[in-house]
Design a protein around this ligand. Structure first.
Ligand SMILES: [Mg+2]
Length: 364
């Protein structure tokens, strides 16, 4: 019998500086404000989780979420890590509006469980509808909404490092500016593809014009994320019906009922999964629903270190069918607080086969 009873939970805040300020249509940050969860089992095994809310998108702040996680620790301590799925369901009831706090605990639980079983984290997802597909992948890299010269310089440098998909933050009130930027990057980098993320920045007419005006680049646009407001499901659906480019729902899908609504309305071709907006167990449920409905899957994150991003990568490896990877934020940070686990080689993400996430804090 493995002693996988949870003995303790600790939550510690950390500020990780970014190399460049990160600007989207809904906010700007220059430091990743995160918190790390360390969960210890009675046999001494540790599991780690990360809390990385992006206040502009979900309304949670790091300090609120870290405090919630401390409070929620009482729901977790004394139970068996093996029942993590049931614990996750209890956490959803206890903190429905704080997915970042929940996910910190869920990830620490799952990591601890995988480590106590001696298997990589991605191996756990087979029990939840996953079909393992363990191999190297490539991630895109995101260019923030900075001035043209800075964006061009960043694009130059990422393409020079081998990146083949650039994710561009669009959604400017002035769509001409967005169109000019996409066209100019496409001209300078004829071999790269694009993911264009409007973060709800357009209205229906602007979104339709944006798609139309980029007709000559359609083959190089892998998808357009969340062109219109999250609740404008009709707008998403009408764009989906007419757009030759895949439309992805991001902010429209936080929960399982959200994805069910999007599926019923045919309001997306692809769903962008993020553990930090939905929680870990609910992300798996969303992925299952979307996959069963024949939708494509993308996975991204908030401003997360390699720990939370490693959990998302484990879903790519262990759940399967996730074709669009936007798992670049550790590359935007000036420091990596973790050692071990998966590695980056340019855009390539190389899986780790160590137990759990295979990571430990750099400082201990
Ligand atoms: Mg997005």
């Amino acid at each position: 019998m493995s002693r996988d009873v949870i003995a303790s939970v600790d939550v510690v805040s950390a500020d990780i500086p970014l190399t460049d300020p990160f600007v989207i249509s809904r906010g700007r940050i220059s430091v990743a404000e995160v918190a790390f969860v360390r969960l210890t089992l009675e046999d001494g095994t540790c599991g780690f989780g990360e809390i990385a809310p992006f206040a502009a998108l979900t309304g949670e702040t790091r300090d609120q979420s870290a405090g919630d996680a401390q409070r929620l620790a009482a729901t977790v301590v004394g139970r068996e890590a093996g029942s993590w799925w049931d614990i996750a369901a209890d956490l959803e009831v206890a903190a429905p509006d704080d997915p970042a706090a929940r996910v910190g605990l869920e990830c620490a639980l799952a990591d601890g469980l995988a480590r106590s079983r001696g298997v990589p984290l991605h191996a756990l997802w087979a029990e939840h509808g996953g079909v393992a597909d363990v191999r190297e992948r490539e991630t895109d890299v995101t260019l923030p909404m900075l001035d043209d010269a800075r964006v061009q310089a960043l694009a130059e440098s990422w393409v020079g490092r081998g990146f083949r998909t650039l994710k561009l933050k669009v959604g400017n009130p002035d769509i001409e500016k967005d169109i000019a930027r996409v066209e100019s990057l496409a001209r300078r980098h004829p071999r790269v593809d694009f993911i264009l993320d409007a973060n709800q920045g357009y209205d229906r007419a602007a979104a339709a014009t944006f798609v139309e005006r980029l007709a000559s680049l359609h083959e190089r646009i892998r998808l357009i994320e969340q062109p219109v407001a999250r609740d404008d499901i009709e707008g998403m659906a009408s764009l989906c019906a007419s757009s030759p480019v895949a439309i992805a729902a991001d902010e429209s899908v936080f929960t399982l009922p959200d994805v069910q609504r999007v599926i019923a309305a045919k309001a997306a071709h692809v769903v962008n999964l993020k553990i930090m907006k939905s929680g870990l167990a609910q992300t798996i449920e969303i992925a299952r629903a979307a996959r069963d409905a024949g939708l494509g899957l993308m996975i991204g994150g908030m401003m997360e270190t390699r720990l939370a991003m490693g959990v998302s990568f484990s879903l790519v490896l262990g759940f399967g069918g996730i074709d669009h990877l936007d798992l670049d934020t550790p590359l935007l940070m000036a420091d990596d607080p973790w050692v071990g686990g998966y590695t980056y080689d340019g855009p390539r993400m190389i899986p780790s086969l160590e137990p759990g996430l295979g990571m430990r804090p750099k400082s201990s």
